[in-house]
Design a binder for this molecule. Structure first.
Ligand code: DPP
Ligand code: ZN
Length: 855
């Protein structure tokens, strides 16, 4: 397949000012008529080229006159028409079959609905069009459909007309006054119920809000509606951005490749990010709904009003919008805990990506299939870049920068460079060197040396940066890295003020005076820069910071580092030194001044995968054994404390208050240590929590603990859970996922058996991910020495690729980590990648990921 390069960008030769679409909807045979008002851009004599994907024109007309097939041609899938003048009306008609569209791109059927997903290149599966984000058009959409099957007809913009037709059919027309790229087109037809509400904007306009779901799901939509209204108010308050249409609709569908999609005025969501009630959704599910609703809403400005010039600029909208939704969630709940969660996600997903064969810059240079670039690098590292810009500017100048960006580029399709320039001009800063964050891949490493001189009472600190080589980028220039730090006096437990320095060269030396004893360094506070810090701090210093640091992220980090150091030493043969760790945990769980939600984060052990990331060669078995051993040691040593916490954190009656949620989270952690301690009543306690819970958070937490144990309660709980929720797809997903994530010696066989369960299907992305993405994230099970885990995932990729290449390709990266493992495992992973790459008829999506992973 051809490689598309950023440097080859050419502006469009033809523009489409307006498009009129008419749909005669039918699950098996939908007719799509399109009328495009095209204009020649600039002086050239090139023909009009309209992208298509699997489309055959039934008719082509120009300025009302039908063309004979000799007047147009199909160049691969592209419809090519030579046009004499500078402005024409071009009409095409095609027929498509939503019911057999298993890729879930374009117009497809999901649970009786017809819906669309066009980002990035799905519109060309609906009609012939220049399907690129820099062609902005005004859309006028008419849908005709059977009224009984599809009583609700929705599209972008505002509804303008509707009516009845013979034979039980009806029609509706929607017009979107804002020019938009084709990837933001959307329509939905189906039997949907509406949670209707309204929001009055800052200029006093009433906006009708609708969340559209199946009738029986209506009671589960209130949290999403609250999140939507909060998002609208927040974007006005924090960014001065007001909503611009009379209606804003959200539709939940159960078959969806992404989390959700920001189509103008008609967001389409994976139902898992809409539906919640205490019985079926966990507290993290509630949080995810709030943040995804906010994310898609915020795209109305950062994505829709100002969009991307080409797909290399994807982080322009995604990095910025993730940063916006992260700040929103921080404002709605605990900022400290939100930052800890976001960094954990960044490290788990993005740092791994940046260290492997699929590493790419936030603004990639080339791709075969753009769907493969909806990555943690573009989204999460992209968000960290905006966070650093915000830090360097401070809140007021950051706002001046974003105001200028929106004002300057409203209605345009622009680049990451345009964003940075607006921040420079609006904020008054030089981001020259900072731009390397967009172009250089790889996670910078920051090494720290400290020398304390008791005679002069001074401390010298040396910071060194290295940026590792990544595919296509063997040499790296030094980056501009903002470093926030503080120096604590161990005697008083205070520091003399937080400092921000920007490291711009390979190395920076600093000297600070006036310390009667060696101070304790708290570095990269708030995780201000997305880097790996190597600081070689003593256990005492880490214990000090774990108890005293006033930056909550750094306090959490110190505790985690203490655990990591102890575990890594033990893995390389030293006895397990757990006393300092246990003392620090004891102090943290008995500190009444701490938020319980923070406590739960701080005392949790680092994941097996994160421990693996700290090793030269990942040893999954040794990591698992050491971590389990420490877990048991902490459980035993603090058994009475865990018991007390588990009891104290119980609540009578469900509440979503911050306090109740924090209690549930800490209760789950206490239970996991209690069961790990080997206390004879552990499994019974867990089963009791499972059985009596009045909410999914506690029930699922207990289930996740029980699935790791070979006890009768395990099977009892799994059976009871399935019985209780059979038929609720989102909860059945949890049933699959919890088993795929289990620390159980037979997880490979269990997952294999689950793949044959009557409820399992590869056709539904949520279900496929619940089983296989979860399993591939289970380091101990996936990397079992016999290689069966690798084979199972490779088989799933090959099977899924025939249905849904985009979702299949997302399962490839875990196999691409072969360099991180021993020779035997590495060879087996490579063999599976080779088997995948050699499969006849492979999609471009999977081919790109498999071949790059082998390189
Ligand atoms: N643009 C979507 C999102 O990030 C993904 N298609 O929300
Ligand atoms: Zn997005």
């Amino acid at each position: 397949p051809p490689v598309i390069r950023r440097e080859d960008y050419q502006p469009p030769l033809w523009l489409v000012d307006h498009i009129r679409l008419e749909f005669d909807l039918d699950a098996h045979a939908t007719r799509v008529k399109a009328r495009l008002s095209v204009t020649r851009a600039g002086r050239h004599d090139r023909p009009l080229r309209l992208d298509g994907d699997g489309l055959v024109p039934l008719s082509v007309a120009v300025d009302g006159k039908a063309l004979s097939p000799a007047d147009w041609r199909l160049d691969d899938d592209v419809l090519v028409i030579a046009l004499p003048g500078n402005a024409h009306e071009v009409e095409t008609e095609v027929q498509i079959a939503p019911a057999t569209n298993t890729q879930l791109m374009g117009l497809y059927a999901s649970g009786g609905l017809l819906c669309t997903q066009c980002e990035p290149e799905g519109f060309r599966r609906i009609t012939f069009f220049p399907d690129r984000p820099d062609v902005l058009s005004r859309y006028d959409v008419t849908m005709r459909a059977d009224k009984a099957t599809y009583p609700v007809l929705l599209a972008n913009g505002d509804p303008v007309e509707q009516g009845e037709l013979p034979d039980g059919r009806h029609w509706a027309r929607w017009v979107d006054p804002y020019p938009k790229p084709s990837y933001l087109f959307a329509m939905v037809a189906g039997d949907l119920a509406c949670n209707a509400d309204s929001f009055t904007t800052m200029s006093g306009r009433a906006v009708r809000l609708g969340i559209w779901v199946r009738e029986e799901d209506l009671p589960r939509t209130s949290h999403a509606m609250t999140a939507l209204k909060n998002s609208m108010a927040w974007d006005e308050r924090v960014y001065g951005r007001e909503y611009d249409l009379d209606v804003f609709n959200i539709v939940a569908v159960s078959d969806f490749n992404f989390g959700a999609m920001e189509n103008k005025g008609l967001n389409i969501f994976n139902s898992r990010y809409v539906l919640a009630d205490p019985e079926t959704a966990t507290d993290p599910d509630y949080d995810a709904i709030e943040s995804v609703v906010a994310h898609e809403y915020f795209h109305n400005w950062s994505g829709d009003r100002v969009t991307c010039r080409d797909w290399f600029q994807l982080s322009l909208k995604e990095g910025f919008t993730v940063y916006r939704d992260q700040c929103f969630s921080a404002d709605m709940g605990s900022a400290a805990v939100k930052r800890i969660e976001d960094v954990r996600t960044l490290r788990a997903a993005q740092f791994q990506e940046d260290a492997g064969p699929l590493a790419h810059p936030v603004r990639p240079e080339s791709y075969m299939e753009i769907s493969n670039f909806y990555t943690a690098t573009v989204y999460n590292k992209g968000a960290e870049l905006i966070r650093m810009i915000a830090l360097l500017l401070g809140p007021e100048r950051f706002r001046q920068g974003t105001d200028l960006y929106f004002e300057r580029h409203d209605g345009q399709a622009v680049t990451c460079e345009d964003f940075v320039k607006a921040m420079e001009d609006g904020g008054g800063i030089d981001l020259g060197q900072f731009r390397l964050w967009y172009s250089q891949a790889g996670t910078p490493r920051l090494t720290v040396r400290q020398r304390y001189d008791p005679a002069s009472g001074s401390l010298s600190i040396t910071l060194r940066q290295t940026v590792p080589p990544t595919p296509g980028q063997p040499e790296k220039a030094p980056m501009a890295i903002p470093v926030k730090f503080a120096l604590f006096d161990p005697a008083t437990g205070e520091h003399g003020g937080e400092e921000l320095v920007v490291l711009t060269r390979d190395q920076l030396e600093m000297r600070r005076e006036g310390f009667a004893q060696a101070p304790v360094l708290s570095l990269n506070r708030g995780f201000a820069a997305p880097v790996i810090v190597e600081a070689e701090q003593s256990a005492q210093d880490l214990a000090f910071l774990a108890a005293r640091d006033d930056d909550p992220f750094s306090r959490y980090e110190a505790m985690q580092q203490l655990m990591i150091n102890g575990l890594l030493a033990h893995i390389s043969g030293a006895p397990l030194e757990s006393d300092v760790i246990i003392d620090s945990i004891r102090r943290t769980i008995t500190d009444p001044t701490l938020d319980r939600s923070f406590v739960a984060e701080a005392v949790r052990l680092p994941s097996e995968a994160y421990l693996g990331d700290q090793m030269q060669v990942v040893d999954p078995d040794a990591i698992h054994a050491a971590r389990e051993r420490l877990m048991t040691g902490i459980g035993e040593a603090l058994e009475s404390e865990w018991r007390a916490l588990h009891a104290e954190c119980a609540r009578n009656g469900f509440s979503l208050s911050a306090d109740a949620r924090a209690a549930r989270k800490l209760r789950g952690v206490a239970l996991s240590y209690l069961v790990a301690s080997g206390a004879p009543d552990g499994a019974a306690l867990a089963f009791g929590q499972f059985d009596r819970a009045d909410n999914m958070t506690e029930r699922q937490a207990a289930l996740a603990i029980l699935v790791n144990r070979e006890t009768p309660e395990r099977d009892q709980a799994l059976a009871a859970f399935y019985r209780r929720y059979a038929g609720n797809a989102l909860v059945v997903d949890k049933w699959f996922q919890t088993q795929a994530l289990a620390f159980h010696p037979d997880t490979v066989e269990i997952v294999q058996a689950l793949a044959g369960h009557a409820d399992f299907t590869l056709a539904n992305p949520n279900r496929a991910r619940a089983l296989y993405s979860a399993f591939a994230a289970n380091q101990w099970a996936f990397n079992r020495a016999d290689g069966k885990g690798y084979r199972m995932v490779a088989d799933a990729i090959i099977a899924l690729d025939k249905l849904n290449p985009q979702t299949a390709a997302r399962l490839v990266p875990p196999l691409g980590r072969w360099r991180r493992f021993d020779g035997a495992r590495g060879a087996m992973m490579r063999a599976e990648l080779e088997r995948i790459a050699a499969t006849p008829g492979l999609s471009r999506d999977v081919l790109e990921q498999a071949t790059k992973s082998l390189a």
